[in-house]
Design a protein around this ligand. Structure first.
Ligand code: SAH
Length: 214
């Protein structure tokens, strides 16, 4: 970790408390909890909200976007079932926090962000923290054909329908996790590609910022 980016014991303590809260709320995957235990979320939030970095809530970031609630990050990551070496595509880099959690799981992470400001910031911060994802500024609905197929695909913004490009870029046997629905509420969906066809499961109700057109 760079000298300018501290992780003082007080934040480490608050983070440990957040992790046990997530465990009580039903997150069981120790690998996910351990990964989140290692990522300094306070460095990914807007400095205005730094004191709330370890409460279980979504917080505003630049460009009118949000860093997802820690429970939501834990839940989506658990559903994704990432193994070391998996190629994972994230749509909606935002602050870069979820991306860092995926890197901690030992995945080869590809993440796309529509807002240039967020892309630039996430890129600088993740680099400073020693993470090595591949980031791209652009429309994530198109996926990233050059690196397809992906073992896992994660959408961190809401959509009424999963873009067909993303389904096409999911590997056989791969999993895709996405909040699907209209603006106010979405259903968390897990899709598995079996013999070229998607099988879908519903996994609860959430609220995300929308996946936008470029
Ligand atoms: N994973 C992020 C959460 C970001 S919120 C984090 O950990 O902080 C969703 C993000 O999706 C926003 O940053 C938004 O700008 C981005 N987004 C919206 N539409 C997009 C699109 N079509 N392609 C790529 N990113 C998009």
């Amino acid at each position: 970790m760079g000298l300018s980016l501290g992780d003082p014991p007080r934040y480490q303590g608050l983070r440990a408390k957040l992790i046990s809260h997530l465990e009580k709320k039903g997150i069981k995957d120790l690998v996910v909890l351990t990964a989140m235990r290692r990522v300094p979320r306070h460095l990914f939030v807007d400095p205005t909200f730094i004191e709330h970095a370890y409460s279980d809530q979504a917080l505003p970031i630049l460009c009118g976007q949000t860093i997802s609630q820690p429970y939501t990050v834990a839940y989506q990551t658990e559903l994704l079932q990432v193994h070391p070496g998996h190629k994972v595509l994230e749509v909606g880099t935002g602050s870069g926090y979820q991306c860092a959690v995926l890197c901690e799981l030992g995945a080869e992470v590809y993440s796309i962000e529509l807002e240039r400001t967020l892309y630039e910031r996430a890129k600088a911060l993740l680099k400073e923290l020693g993470y090595r994802p591949l980031l791209r500024w652009g429309d994530g609905r198109l996926g990233w054909p050059n690196y397809a197929p992906f073992d896992r695909i994660l959408l961190t913004a809401a959509t009424e329908e999963v873009p067909l490009n993303l389904i096409a870029q999911l590997a056989e046997g791969g999993r895709l996790v996405a909040p699907i629905g209209k603006e106010n509420t979405q259903t968390m969906m897990v899709g598995t590609k079996i013999k070229g066809t998607m099988k879908w499961e519903e996994k609860g109700t959430f609220r995300f910022v929308p996946l936008r057109t470029a």
